[in-house]
Design a protein around this ligand. Sequence first.
Ligand SMILES: Nc1ncnc2c1ncn2[C@@H]1O[C@H](COP(=O)(O)OP(=O)(O)O)[C@@H](O)[C@H]1O
Ligand SMILES: [Mg+2]
Length: 331
Amino acid sequence: MNLQPDISPVPAGAPARAGARRECAIVARGLKKTYAATKKSPAKEALKGIDLEIPRGSIFGLLGPNGAGKSTFINILAGLVNKTEGSVSVWGFDIDRNPRQARASIGVVPQEINVDVFFTPKEALEIQAGLFGVPKAERRTMEILRTLGLEDKADAYVRMLSGGMKRRLLVAKAMVHAPPILVLDEPTAGVDIELRRQLWDHVLELHESGVTIVLTTHYLEEAQELCDRIAIIHNGDVVACEPTDKLIASLDRKTLMVTPLAPPAAAPDLAPFEAELKPDGRLAIPYRPSKAQVAEILERLSAAGVRVRDLSTVEADLEDVFLELTYNSGR
Ligand SMILES: Nc1ncnc2c1ncn2[C@@H]1O[C@H](COP(=O)(O)OP(=O)(O)O)[C@@H](O)[C@H]1O
Ligand SMILES: [Mg+2]
């Protein structure tokens, strides 16, 4: 599919700003959102002044528990929620000064499924293209449907589509104006593994054609597998934002797994290291790679009379990072 961001129909207007910002798909500075109080609930500060830079060309994950503020952020980008304070630029366009260009630069798949069941996928895309003012000659309805694996459903009743197909139709709708950025808000919440895989295959194809992808998820594994950068958002604050591998490495925590020649009756004393005896007879020995070397642990094992049959190391994963950041942050 030929969705070239560089020649995308972002209207000419305010040019992208010079310098680092030009490289960013999205920049947020001091972004705050407070939902006003109602009769039933007090005012809610959903975003507490976040700074975020999302590089062009990335698959960026916005990860956080329910209520963290992910959808609020996405909905501000989409122009569905008004921010309270701060600034946001989309593909170099400030959402206050150039709202039209900013909106033309982004395709948003909202968290709630909102497909109109009275139109066929083809009609739904044509209507959406009309809303975005895409001239008939420039419409790529069938091409988009093909990319999302919906070509043979072009003229089907939407109510006959499966849940997975409906989600893909939403992605297709978000892409009708060929935006350089595609934003997906919890696209796989409640979707089974098989359908998730399918959706990601299609989204990755869009990414390969040059589209910057931003997604929110509370599935750690999904973020770890797909995203090259991850921001962790918690209670309206960004508590981490780094390349995925760096985020995981920053934890400085690994575990040496040792299979002894003879299963020990109890965990040996390896002070200053601590060994845990697993039910399968292996020993799990956590260590900090920046402070200790595996060779030191092996010396202790040898001193304790443990002969090693096999060993491996296990890296910390995103779940550890996530827990450390969101549960130890005292918020
Ligand atoms: N329209 C709204 N009015 C009042 N409070 C809201 C509204 N939308 C979201 N909130 C509150 O703002 C916080 C962040 O919500 P949201 O952005 O939906 O988080 P997430 O998408 O990470 O689950 C939550 O406490 C939520 O209850
Ligand atoms: Mg949400």
